[in-house]
Design a protein around this ligand. Structure first.
Ligand code: GLA
Length: 380
């Protein structure tokens, strides 16, 4: 598929509204290099914003109405900013929920009309919903001429997802979509929300490997994992698992039941690995970064139990290629995508051979592509 760009979305707007758009905004999806299921434990994550995004072209309206046409769904949606009603499902609720969250924080919004289009695959674990929320937030701030500050906006996007859409996610997806830096990953401390842009090891590339498997029950499994982490934090009498060191875990974890102990072991180990991975990147150590990604996958598969067969096979296929430094599942899990760190020179061969091997072994279709790290939400 041809990637979306400003011209495409501008011409969609003109076709629809018969005049020029005043702004075009984009907010990217993300892939997480390492630091999985750590954000809601106040821990560390290391994602990058990718060159797949949600785009909105818009112009202000004189009233308080928001009228959006979704190119992907071929559907019109509209609502009144003074009377927001939750209709429970559909793409428009992400836009509406973001309006609700921004207004709740005291911001005065303006009406606008626009077209919306995205090329972040849905349900693949690449944060299409966070991208939509942050694109909406960027559109609302543009239309009302409000300043754009990525961190508070990410928090408002997360609030929309938690309280309007009803998904209990952490802060990673919205924050990387809001604050990503081109050509860098972002080390995020999910407690302080401090971020540091970290460069990729020279000569490496990041590949996304979509297994084409999707699982519906992610929400309940996700909430169950969160509850297990909270139980473990109570056991250690800390605010969050972020506060438990590996040493303390080794000394005291025997008092936990087997499942809770393994969940906590994943989170505590993953936090350490993520900090170490950022350090490896700063030093340009691709081999170490790759090893840490491999360990992360094993931990998510065996201790956190959020992988699936397709992801495990995809990761094995990727690792078999000589140009692969490391591979792991990425995102919440139970299907969706894996991520691999590869030798940039071998990228084309890696993509071809890994996709072939996966399809041969599973009989499933796959989509493997190299992605570029881009900026977070912006007016383009
Ligand atoms: C989903 C959530 C994130 C994070 C990841 C797992 O993407 O939205 O907040 O918890 O799962 O790392």
């Amino acid at each position: 598929m041809k990637p979306l760009d400003k011209d495409i979305i501008l011409s969609q707007f003109t076709q629809r509204f018969g005049g020029p758009a005043a702004w075009v905004v984009r907010a990217p999806g993300r892939v997480n290099l390492i630091g999985e299921h750590t954000d809601y434990n106040d821990g560390f994550v290391l994602p990058l914003a990718i060159d797949r995004a949600v785009w909105i072209a818009l112009r202000r309206r004189p009233d308080h109405r928001v009228a959006v046409y979704s190119v992907d769904y071929r559907q019109d949606g509209a609502f009144d900013l003074d009377r927001l009603e939750n209709e429970k499902s559909g793409w428009l609720e992400y836009v509406k929920g973001t309006a609700w969250s921004l207004e709740e924080s005291g911001l005065r919004l303006a009406g606008w009309e626009g077209v919306l289009q995205g090329d972040v695959p849905l349900g693949a674990g690449l944060s299409s919903s966070a991208a939509l929320e942050m694109a909406a937030a960027r559109a609302f701030t543009a239309a009302a001429e409000l300043p754009w500050d990525p961190k508070p906006m990410a928090l408002l996007g997360q609030k929309a997802e938690n309280r309007w859409v009803g998904v209990n996610c952490g802060i990673m997806d919205q924050l990387i979509s809001a604050a990503g830096k081109a050509d860098h990953a972002l080390l995020i401390d999910c407690r302080s929300l401090e971020t540091e842009a970290v460069p990729f090891p020279p000569g490496t590339a990041v590949a996304v490997l979509d297994t084409s498997t999707r699982r519906g029950l992610v929400d309940s499994a996700y909430n169950e994992r969160r509850a297990q982490c909270e139980a473990a934090a109570r056991f250690f009498q800390v605010k969050a698992l972020r506060d438990v060191t590996r040493q303390r875990f080794d000394r005291e974890a025997d008092g936990l039941d087997d499942v809770t102990r393994r969940r906590a072991r994943h989170v505590i180990g993953e936090n350490d690995r993520t900090v170490e991975a950022a350090d490896a990147m700063r030093r340009g150590d691709a081999a170490l970064l790759g090893q840490l990604m491999n360990q992360s996958h094993e931990s998510l598969r065996d201790d956190y139990e959020v992988s699936n067969d397709a992801l495990n096979v995809m990761v094995e296929c990727a690792r078999r290629h000589p140009g692969c430094f490391g591979a792991r599942m990425t995102g919440a899990g139970f299907g969706g995508c894996a991520v691999a760190l590869i030798d940039a020179q071998a990228a084309a061969d890696f993509v071809q051979r890994t996709a072939d091997a996966y399809e041969k072994q599973t009989g499933l279709h796959s989509a493997v592509y190299v992605c570029r790290a881009t900026n977070g939400a912006e007016v383009v």
